[in-house]
Write a protein that binds this ligand. Structure first.
Ligand code: FMN
Length: 323
């Protein structure tokens, strides 16, 4: 059996210690992050990981809808198992299944840009107050912030579109706004997609990531991070001097360990694997990887439920059990 000890080395990031290298990546679960069921979902999945990143949550909901007390129940549940707590912040309102047309960079006038940035500041401040250790603007997967970076999606000809320098600007402004709300000491993460075919490649992404780090990012969350080998697309970002998270099909312990041992990532996120078996980290640590309830990539009750607007579940996990 593969030696998984590289996964269980703590990592210091600023004033924080992540107890191990396993991250629960942001995953919309459709229970409601401050509902009892949502809090239990996160409590269960935070018991073994080093860092939990709560699902994409619109800044406007954080600002206008959730109470500090409600969010505090969530951070308490995550911290109770020993994980750090971060939350992914989404720039615009959304609900699943996504039906309504969502704004693109071309649709946004100055007032909506200002509002978006102000909401990032306010949401980050509220999350800090509610006990989150960090926040993560969602800059990946072709959504709005990723579109600002993409020459294919961003047709603006002003301050925010055109040259690479201009396409980097919105991400940097979002990061600065979030940092203003968050304060100096907490963690600022940023999720970015390293390559978009026919639009941009890893070299442009590296220049962008360097600017994000200059603007205040403490952790780069690269998604998806693998093409030919586990973590091959997160590896180049490590030279920027901040910890890098790799995600995508990392739930096979061999892949995770390979990425760590070859120095391709500092932290590894296990998504669907943690839906299939919330005790993934505990089983790996106990040398019982063969007892893991494996994700079979059927996507039926995770992505499939999401598309129908139903609470995310798994065809494999039956719940219960302990290591
Ligand atoms: C049900 C579900 C919801 C997801 N929601 C989000 C999200 O809110 N934000 C995000 O950046 N990625 C989201 N993702 C993508 C995951 O964070 C992760 O990048 C992806 O599942 C690949 O990792 P895996 O192979 O370990 O599952 C979601 C994935 C799933 C399965």
């Amino acid at each position: 059996m593969v030696d998984a000890s590289p996964l269980f080395q703590p990592l210091k990031i600023k004033g924080f210690t992540v107890r191990n290298r396993i991250v629960l990546p942001p995953m919309v679960e459709l229970r409601g992050i401050t509902s009892d069921a949502g809090i239990e979902w996160y409590r269960e999945r935070s018991a073994g990981v080093g860092l939990t990143i709560v699902e994409a949550t619109p800044t406007v909901r954080v600002v206008d809808e959730f109470s500090v007390e409600g969010l505090r129940r969530l951070t308490d549940a995550i911290h109770a198992g020993g994980a750090l707590a971060a939350i992914q912040l989404f720039p615009i309102p959304f609900s699943w299944p996504m039906k309504d047309p969502v704004p693109t960079p071309a649709d946004m006038d100055n007032a909506s840009v200002e509002l978006m940035l102000e909401r990032y500041r306010l949401a980050a401040a509220k999350c800090a107050q509610a006990g989150f250790d960090g926040v993560e603007p969602h800059g990946a997967h072709g959504y709005l912030l990723n579109q600002f970076f993409s020459p294919k999606q961003n047709t603006r000809t002003d301050w925010y579109g055109g040259s690479l320098e201009k396409r980097m600007r919105m991400g940097m402004e979002v990061v600065r706004a979030a940092r203003r709300g968050l304060g100096r000491d907490k963690l600022l993460l940023y999720r970015h997609t390293p390559v978009e075919d026919g639009a941009y490649g890893i070299e442009d992404s590296l220049l962008f990531a360097a600017k994000l780090v200059e603007a205040g990012v403490d952790v780069l969350d690269i998604s998806p991070a693998s093409a030919e080998a586990p973590g091959d697309r997160s590896e180049p970002f490590r030279k920027l001097g901040v910890p890098v998270i790799a995600v995508n099909h990392m739930d096979l312990v061999e892949r995770t360990v390979e990425a760590m041992e070859k120095g391709r990532a500092d932290l590894i996120a296990v998504g669907r694997g943690m839906i299939a078996d919330p005790q993934w980290p505990q089983k790996v640590q106990a040398g019982k990887s063969d007892e893991i309830v494996k994700c079979v990539l059927c996507n039926k009750k995770c992505f499939g439920h999401l598309k129908k607007g139903l609470a995310v579940e798994c065809t494999q996990w039956q719940g219960g059990g302990s290591v």
